[in-house]
Structure formats: structure tokens, C-alpha cells
Design a protein around this ligand. Structure first.
Ligand code: G6P
Length: 613
């Protein structure tokens, strides 16, 4: 959500900024803009639409510059239009500012500034910041850095901001709270980004700015960091763990398809180094220190959003079946506001691909304030969630660019499985032979997914039959009910077809009224305890002329004979079946969306990293 790129140094800034914005497109946005320092003056270009529209808009403009800031905006306050796009300028045109986050007290600040005569050109909360900084500079008679420190002290909300000033033409001022921002260090040059993607080919030395820090970035000077109280901070330089090829499409038509195909590797990477060669120890290094607390937990609460919440629902089955400790799964957005009962022996497990989801971050703070232990499962190394939890395990799925999550989901389920299995073994809830069985089954999953991916063309053919449908129902049971929810979410997100997931037995309590010959019903009917029950549920749909697309275990005859289309997938232990059953559903959604001409990697209105609540 909102992408930030900035550069100062001796290279041409504009290509770096535009390329950087393109790499951040996956975050979701609806307008884009750039401000360039040219002969000690700021030139501003911004427009509604894609980065390509901004490029077209700038085609006949002079964009020569060595210092600039650029932004993709995901509208929160004010519609997506040219005026509301960032950067925003101060009244005298001497400051340009870009912002990711939300200024919660913007209305009262705006009122004060309007009373002082400041004119607002946009409906955004961001414009308040640029006027506020300038106003403080004037009224307090302080330099720009101090003005930024003071401004950020009166602001309530979240921000990652970069400011360009024509009084200091090579300098950028950067501040952050709650939204991610990192500074890449080159030789006499600096790169700034919401993540490492815009700078990956230039440097691997980065500083992740901490909350309430303000950095002064100048190509001829060392990086200077203070906090908003003007206390000096030592920059902590880290290695950027990102490769250029990880953020390129590598011959696939879309990132989403590439990421679906990367799942065997992503799952292997999630397991790598965590299972010893004798297969008798599962060790998640990141949670070692808190393992005792996890073993003594009276209850696990899993909080997450979107697809990660679905992984959490799978996790509930895994933890309850293996560890035998009660689990509650919560939408982070609801959990944070409903005054939940949290005890000190509760363990909150938060799951997040991006590691930046605002509601999940708030759930962490709430649980911490009540004395609970908080464990994270994140994909993005160094993300806010990874930093704010007591301990955690990375999923190591590699960067996920497609907005609709695929490989991150299966990697999350893999890590949840490893976590549950390791705790269960230590608690004596799983016998050694079962433990070995689970590990062997898990290790076989990547190869099993390869066989599903090999059915790509067949799934593409099935997809063609459903490109004009208006609605779809997904049914599953037990550990595959969350897979039904996830399958439906994938279809909604990228094809804009209305789809709902139901526990198969719930159909007769309402949804079955929707069944007619137009209604596709996707059913997960793999080998499982409730298989016979699912057969009856499929029969009930069939009797009402619904079109059945089934996901069954290899060799299945019963559901297959009742299905209009049937995708056979390899057998595995029931607890691991979500890892295989979700893959054909991802491909189905993908091919339906492509056939409908949808922008699968950047679906309308959605953002990859939801850093506002
Ligand atoms: C957004 C994304 C989803 C994601 C959800 C939670 O809505 O589009 O793909 O599942 O946020 O994000 P997280 O990064 O916390 O997993």
C-alpha cells in the first residue's frame, strides 16, 4: 500500500525512481507522482493511473535530475485523482513531500493550518504534513530537520515520509513510524524505498529506519539519524537479502503464475535447516528461546488478515490435532478492538506475508500489553511484525509480488506444521513413529505439488468453462474448509467473480438455495475422515443441477463419477492436504482471471501490503 522511492547521488534520478515505482507496483496503488530537483527548483509531475501513465505524462518533460522523490498512492483520504496524488508541495513550492500511512489527527491540524491561511489543494491527510513542517519552520524559526522532528511529534498516526527541499537541493529528509522505510547506502549516493526492490541492483547495504527516527541523507555526508526528540542514533547497517531475479517474472506471464510454480521450492526453503538429517528433530531457531513459554501455553491465539488468516485456520487444526492445546483464530482487525481476554500464559501467533499489516501490528501491541508471548510467522525479513514480536519463524518463501497470495500461504502452513509438530513431540503428544511419518509426508509435498503443476493445461481448460459465471461456491471440510475459503478468496480477488467458501455440511443451512445449473461448486473431496459425508454433500448439489468441479485424491472413483470436472491430486496425510489441495484452486482462479482479461498481479482496489487499518 503506497510505495516510496527516492534517490540522491550522481546518477540520473528519474530512471531509478520510475523503475523503483514499477517494482513497488505490487503493493497496490491508484496514482503516481515524482518530484525532481532541477537547478535548485522542484519540478512536480503526478497523475491518476499507473506508473506507465506517469511515464507517458513525463515523456515530453525535462526530467534531468540527480535528486528526487517518487510515490505510488493507494487512496485513503480523497479519491484517486491528480490533485490527491503525491508528492505534495508547500505553498511556496520549496518543499515536496511523499507519505505512506495515515495521519489520524489530520482534520484538527488542517483546521489550525487553514486558520493560519494555508490553502489546501488536495483532500489528503498527507498535505497537512508538508504545510505543518513549513509552518513550524517559520513560527519556531528552526531548520528543516528540527521542523520535521517537531512536526512528527504532534502527528498521531503512522507515517513513512521523504521530504525534498529546494534550500538543500541534494538532501533528503526521511522519517518513519509504523510504515516501513529503508535507506540503501551506495558510494556517495543513497536510495530510499518502502522495501529493498527499488535499490537491489545498486547496493546490498541497508538501514531499516526505526519508528520515530528521522534521517538526513546527503550524498557527500555520512548518514545521520536522530529520533523525534533529537537524540542521536547510530545507523545499524544490514545486508539486504534480496536478489534481482527474485523480483523479476523469469519468463512467466504473471508474477502470480511464477509464484504458484515456485511453491515446491518455497516449501522446501521453509523446511530447509529445520529438520535434521536423522529426521528426529524439528528445530525452529527463531523461537527456541520462547519454546518453554509455548510449551506451557494454556491457549494459542492466532491473529492475522486475509490469506494469512486462512493459514491461521489451517494452523488451528494442526495445533489442536498435534499439540492438543486449545486454539482461537481471530481476524486481527476484530481482535484489536473487542477487548479480548488475554492471559499471561496465552501465546499469540501472528501470521503475515508482508509483515506490515497495520491490524496485525496492533494485535501484537495489545497482546504484549497484557503480558502474553507473541510469536510471528512472517515472510519479509526485517519487517515491522518480525521486529515487534518476541520471537518468530520466517517462511523463507522469497518475495511475493502478485497481490493475491499463493506461495506465502503454503509456506505459512508449512511453518505452522513444523511448529506444531516440534511442540507436539516435546509435549509427548506425538509418538516417534508418527513423528517420522509426518516428517516424511511433509518432505514429499514439494514433489507432489510438481505433479499438480504438471496438470496446468488441464486446469486451464476447465477454467475456460467458467469465465462467464457470476458466482461460485467452494466447499471443504475439516482442515480443508479453510482451503475452500482460500480458493474462493483467490477467485474473488483476481477475477472479480463473487465466490464464497463453506464447510460442506453447512450447505443445507442456506447456500444450497443458490444452487442451479449456472452455479459452479468447487469441492475439496480428498481422502479424509469425513470423505463419506462430503460425498453426500456433493450428491445434494448434483441433485440440484449444480456444476461440480472436484479436487480428489488420486484413484478416487466416487466423487469423480459425480463431477463435471475432476482434478486428481496426490495422496498425503490429511493434516498436510491443504498444501496440495490449495494449488489447483490457485491455478483455477488464475486461469479464469486471465481469460476474463483481469490484471491478475494488480487486482483493482487491492494492496499487497496493507499498512493502514
Ligand atoms: C492484503 C493482501 C492479501 C493478504 C492480506 C494480509 O489484503 O492483498 O494477499 O493476505 O493483506 O496480509 P499479510 O501481509 O499480513 O499476510
Amino acid at each position: 500500500m503506497c510505495g516510496i522511492v527516492a534517490y540522491t547521488g550522481s546518477r540520473e534520478a528519474y530512471p531509478i525512481l520510475i523503475n523503483g515505482l514499477k517494482r513497488l507496483e505490487y503493493r497496490g496503488y491508484d496514482s503516481a507522482g515524482v518530484a525532481l530537483m532541477q537547478n535548485n527548483n522542484i519540478s512536480l509531475y503526478k497523475c491518476r493511473g499507473k506508473v506507465a501513465d506517469l511515464e507517458a505524462f513525463c515523456e515530453d518533460k525535462n526530467v534531468e535530475s540527480h535528486c528526487g522523490i517518487a510515490h505510488t498512492r493507494w487512496a485513503t483520504h480523497g479519491e484517486p485523482n491528480d490533485q490527491n496524488a503525491h508528492p505534495h508541495l508547500s505553498i511556496d513550492g520549496k518543499l515536496a513531500l511523499i507519505h505512506n500511512g495515515i495521519i489520524e489527527n489530520y482534520l484538527s491540524l488542517k483546521k489550525e493550518l487553514m486558520n493560519k491561511g494555508y490553502e489546501f489543494l488536495s483532500n489528503t491527510d498527507t498535505e497537512v504534513l508538508v504545510h505543518l513542517v513549513q509552518d513550524i519552520q517559520k513560527t519556531e524559526n528552526v531548520d528543516l530537520i528540527e521542523a520535521v522532528q517537531l512536526a512528527m511529534s504532534v502527528v498521531i498516526g503512522t507515517y513513512a515520509v521523504v521530504i525534498l527541499s529546494s534550500d538543500h537541493p541534494q538532501q533528503l529528509i526521511v522519517a518513519k513510524k509504523g510504515s516501513p522505510l529503508l535507506i540503501g547506502i551506495g558510494k556517495n549516493e543513497f536510495f530510499i524505498g518502502s522495501d529493498g526492490a527499488p535499490m537491489v541492483e545498486f547496493t546490498n547495504k541497508v538501514v531499516y529506519l526505526e519508528d520515530e527516527e528521522v534521517a538526513v541523507v546527503h550524498p557527500d555526508k555520512k548518514l545521520e539519524i536522530t529520533n523525534i526528540k533529537n537524540e542521536r542514533k547510530k545507523p545499524f547497517v544490514e545486508r539486504l537479502e534480496l536478489q534481482l531475479e527474485q523480483i523479476e517474472k523469469g519468463g512467466f506471464e504473471h508474477f502470480m503464475l511464477k509464484e504458484i510454480f515456485e511453491q515446491p521450492k518455497a516449501i522446501s526453503d521453509s523446511m530447509r535447516g529445520r529438520i535434521n538429517t536423522k529426521k528426529d528433530v524439528v528445530a525452529l531457531g527463531g523461537i527456541m528461546e520462547y519454546e518453554n513459554k509455548m510449551l506451557k501455553a494454556g491457549r494459542y491465539i492466532i491473529a492475522a488478515c486475509g490469506t494469512s488468516w486462512h493459514a491461521g485456520l489451517v494452523g488451528e487444526h494442526l495445533f489442536e490435532s498435534l499439540v492438543r492445546v486449545p486454539v482461537e483464530v481471530e481476524y486481527a482487525s476484530e481482535f484489536r478492538y473487542r477487548n479480548p481476554i488475554i492471559k499471561e500464559d496465552d501465546v499469540l501467533i501472528v501470521i503475515s506475508q508482508s509483515g506490515e499489516t497495520a491490524d496485525t501490528l496492533a494485535a501484537i501491541e495489545l497482546a504484549k500489553s497484557k503480558g502474553a508471548t507473541v510469536i510471528g510467522i512472517c515472510n519479509v525479513v526485517g519487517s515491522s511484525i518480525a521486529r515487534n514480536t518476541h520471537a518468530g519463524s520466517y517462511t523463507h518463501a522469497g518475495p511475493e509480488i502478485g497481490v493475491a497470495s499463493t506461495k506465502a500461504f503454503t509456506a505459512q502452513v508449512t511453518v505452522l506444521f513444523l511448529m506444531a509438530l516440534s511442540l507436539a513431540r516435546k509435549k509427548g503428544e506425538v509418538s516417534l513413529s508418527m513423528y517420522h511419518h509426518y516428517i516424511s509426508e511433509l518432505e514429499a509435498i514439494p514433489a507432489k505439488i510438481e505433479t499438480i503443476l504438471a496438470k496446468n493445461d488441464y486446469i486451464k481448460q476447465i477454467a475456460q468453462e467458467f469465465i462467464n459465471c457470476q458466482n461460485a461456491i467452494y466447499m471443504g471440510r475439516g482442515v480443508n474448509f479453510p482451503v475452500a475459503l482460500e480458493g474462493a478468496l483467490k477467485l474473488k480477488e483476481i477475477s472479480y467473480i463473487h465466490a464464497e467458501g463453506y464447510p460442506a455440511a453447512e450447505m443445507k443451512h442456506g447456500p444450497i438455495a443458490l444452487i442451479d445449473k449456472e452455479m459452479p461448486v468447487v469441492v475439496i473431496a480428498t481422502e479424509q475422515e469425513t470423505y463419506d459425508k462430503v460425498v453426500s454433500n456433493v450428491q445434494e448439489v448434483k441433485t440440484r443441477s449444480g456444476k461440480i468441479i472436484s479436487i480428489v485424491s488420486e484413484g478416487d472413483e466416487i466423487v469423480k463419477s459425480m463431477s463435471d470436472f475432476c482434478i486428481e491430486i496426490p495422496k498425503t496425510d490429511e493434516l498436510l492436504s491443504p498444501l496440495v489441495a490449495s494449488v489447483p484452486l490457485q491455478l483455477l482462479a488464475y486461469y479464469i482471471a486471465v481469460a476474463r482479461g483481469c490484471d491478475v498481479d494488480k487486482p483493482r482496489n487491492l494492496a499487497k501490503s496493507v499498512s493502514v487499518e
